[in-house]
Ligand binder design. Structure first.
Ligand code: 5GP
Length: 123
């Protein structure tokens, strides 16, 4: 099947500078910025700059350099925000069942309050 990347998504526009953003961190292959609708006191998105739809697309097709850079960027955001003190959660939504809204690979970093259990029971 394979993933088809649509470059009209909102994060592609942020990466092209068509929509302003204030990055918390920019690396060679990744960008981190605050979520526009935060669900916790800390809610940061980390995205790769490359055209990947979701986490498994990225994990399958990104170069080693992109994957290392992205993973280090997540670590650097955690370090800068001091998240090791109280804990945090990393979420990657992919596709319909996970209600992925933006079809550009991203992870959510959530922290700053007790986050509850990982999943609510299916309703
Ligand atoms: P998803 O459900 O795809 O994992 O999450 C997408 C996230 O992107 C949502 O939490 C949403 O609030 C965030 N988001 C959508 N549009 C924008 C935007 O224009 N700027 C920022 N900073 N975040 C956005």
């Amino acid at each position: 099947m394979g993933y088809q990347y649509d470059d009209q998504n909102i994060f592609a526009k942020i990466l092209r500078g068509e929509i302003p953003s204030e990055p918390l961190l920019e690396t060679e292959h990744a960008l981190a910025f605050e979520d526009i609708r935060p669900q916790a006191p800390t809610h940061v998105l980390v995205i790769p700059k490359g055209p990947y739809v979701c986490y498994d697309h990225f994990a399958q097709e990104a170069t080693d350099a992109e994957i290392v850079d992205f993973t280090r960027a997540v670590g650097e955001v955690c370090r800068r925000l001091g998240l090791e003190r109280s804990g945090w959660r990393l979420i990657a939504n992919a596709g319909a069942d996970a209600v992925q809204e933006v079809p550009h690979m991203h992870v959510h970093i959530l922290a700053g309050r007790p986050l509850g259990r990982m999943l609510e029971p299916a309703g």
